[in-house]
Design a protein around this ligand. Structure first.
Ligand SMILES: [Zn+2]
Length: 234
């Protein structure tokens, strides 16, 4: 084999290995390739715009200076994914104010918080506030959950004798799902709401409220717990 051919073969092998590594890291399922540490974008979730420049295929942390107080801030890739894909922010918009100044500004304007859901944690918190009174009434106790501050799936577990209720946020599908699991391990979907169609923060909140009202309706349809004969209630 000539040196030239050997070199070509070697290069081809190296490229194959590189692509395999990228695929394993989930950084190049389809083109384009995603840099290490970047957050892959789901183009189907971005609000379409008529810009001549292509929409971002990934998000990387960006530094910016707050226009009000001048502090140096980071707008993380995770925050950008949330902003553009879940809160349906315009692709033309970027962060210009730090959290403190944004809060101050919205209070001065007296129109409340313009971004009531800032991340998955605040989404789950909103759900908890909405469903927990009904859950308590139906005899459920909070069993645990997670409150991720970044773009991760989130869950909340509640249980009462013989029944578990789990609320899930699936970031890849952009769905809120509530399921119950009974003693016979029968699974029942109580609510399944897609957040994708929301085009504004208001519509997003409507979707979340729809999800929680499905759960509250379900809870009201449940029979009351009857104390077991031996007096145990666990
Ligand atoms: Zn500031």
């Amino acid at each position: 084999m000539s040196d030239k051919r050997k070199k070509r073969k070697f290069n081809a092998k190296r490229e194959r290995l590189r692509l395999k590594r990228l695929a394993e890291d989930g950084r190049s399922k389809n083109r384009p390739e995603i840099p290490a540490g970047a957050v892959p974008a789901d183009l189907s979730q971005q609000v379409p715009n008529n810009s001549w420049s292509p929409p971002p295929a990934f998000y990387v942390d960006v530094l910016f200076e707050c226009v009000d107080c001048g502090s140096e801030e980071t707008w993380t890739g995770e925050q950008q994914k949330w902003y553009y894909e879940v809160a349906k922010g315009s692709l033309y918009a970027t962060a210009v104010r730090c959290d403190v100044c944004r809060q101050k500004r919205s209070e001065q304007k007296g129109r409340g918080d313009p971004r009531p859901i800032k991340h998955v944690g605040s989404l789950m918190k909103r759900i908890r506030v909405a469903i927990e009174p009904s859950l308590e009434e139906a005899g459920f106790e909070f069993d645990g959950g997670n409150e991720p501050k970044v773009w991760r799936s989130a869950w909340l577990d509640y249980s009462r004798p013989g029944l578990i209720l789990r609320c899930l946020f699936e970031p890849c599908e952009g769905r809120l799902i509530a399921e119950t699991l009974d003693e016979a391990t029968e699974c029942r979907v109580v609510a399944n709401v897609e957040l994708n169609f929301s085009r504004s923060a208001t519509e997003l909140l409507e979707r979340v409220d729809e999800f929680t009202s499905f759960i509250c309706d379900f809870l009201q349809s449940l029979p009351a717990i009857v104390d077991s004969p031996d007096g145990s209630d666990t």
